[in-house]
Write a protein that binds this ligand. Structure first.
Ligand SMILES: [Zn+2]
Ligand SMILES: [Zn+2]
Length: 324
């Protein structure tokens, strides 16, 4: 594979990221809708006053329902996110495996470096990236799991607010049940439209409801996904002796960048220790490892397999390949 082909294939692999992210977003939205349906169904079968009286049986049962709904949301997010990271990381890993595999073949270095060994190396790299998603703590000091549960925990809060607002507006259980569906599926504005003219005092209740119940979760997951993929790119670059240890910051396409990302891209390439950290929520930039000059690399590999010392390949062989 030539370096130009690597670029092309890497770009194509990277284009999977937005698609996979969108699919994850869809799945998370579905989890919210399911939770909304559950809450809506419960409300439709209740006397709404009982849902806001903490001593009432209906209130206790409803809070239990909401808790289960939030748990289901959190469970889905915790399942979907690592799977998505894995799929996206596998796409770029495949390009590295192919590139290095072909170089090894051309240099007839198969006796020292097995194709299966290269493959396993990248399985290990991607496993670590996924594990890191689960174990790292955010700037606010939360693990991914903790952040997910906190975010999903907002669902019951918003549901209770929707009910309070509905009662203040004098709506019955069936109406409020439908309000919940409208809110979860289409947001607060769509829900408030259903009210018609707001009664006195309802505005205050409505104001406390957040605009979109799933927005925070989507933002969290989108950020975590791209942060993981940036980490994956670096880890994958480190795992191949074909890369030269430099990385390009690649601006996400579409949308305006009123953020630091344009500067980050302009200042490319970066050595490993200088790669910028994840700059801001929702950043969808990616990182691409640079390759060594292909002619020189192929020659290096050839010399190395014939017994010459080639320090960058020796180091890789000892510290990366053999440890893989
Ligand atoms: Zn940015
Ligand atoms: Zn960015």
């Amino acid at each position: 594979m030539t370096n130009a082909e690597y670029q092309k294939q890497y770009r194509r692999a990277r284009q999977q990221f937005p698609k996979l992210t969108q699919r994850a977003m869809r799945d998370i939205l579905r989890a919210y809708r399911t939770a909304g349906k559950r809450a809506s169904k419960f409300v439709a079968g209740s006397l709404v006053e009982g849902l806001t009286t903490p001593t009432a049986k209906a209130y206790v049962a409803f809070q239990g329902e909401l808790k289960k709904a939030a748990e289901a949301i959190a469970g889905e997010i915790e399942k979907i996110t690592p799977v998505t990271v894995k799929k996206a990381a596998d796409a770029t890993a495949e390009v590295h495996v192919k590139y290095l595999g072909e170089a090894v073949e051309t240099a007839e270095a198969g006796a020292k470096v097995a194709k299966s060994g290269i493959k396993n190396l990248y399985v290990g790299v991607n496993d670590r990236v996924v594990r890191d998603l689960v174990s790292r703590t955010s700037r606010s000091g939360y693990t991914f799991s903790k952040s997910v549960w906190r975010t999903a925990g907002d669902f019951p809060v918003q549901m209770n607010r929707v009910i309070e607002a509905g009662i203040a507006q004098g709506r019955d259980a069936i109406d409020i049940a439908r309000d919940i569906t409208a809110y979860v599926n289409d947001g607060k504005t769509a829900m408030i439209k259903r009210y018609g003219k707001l009664k006195r005092g309802v505005y205050g209740f409505a104001q406390r409801i957040s605009d979109d119940v799933s927005w925070q979760a989507l933002r969290l997951v989108r950020s975590e996904l791209y942060m993981s993929l940036q980490n994956a790119s670096v880890a994958q670059g480190k795992a191949t002796c074909a890369a030269d240890g430099k990385y390009d910051w690649v601006l996400s396409s579409g949308g305006q960048h009123k953020c630091v990302c344009g500067t980050l891209a302009d200042n490319s390439p970066y050595g490993e220790s200088r790669i910028p950290g994840y700059p801001h929520p929702n950043c969808r930039c990616t990182i691409t490892p640079r390759l060594r000059d292909e002619k020189k690399f192929n020659a290096d590999l050839k010399r190395w397999v014939e017994g010459e010392k080639v320090s960058h390949i020796d180091t890789w062989y000892k510290n990366v390949y053999k440890q893989g």
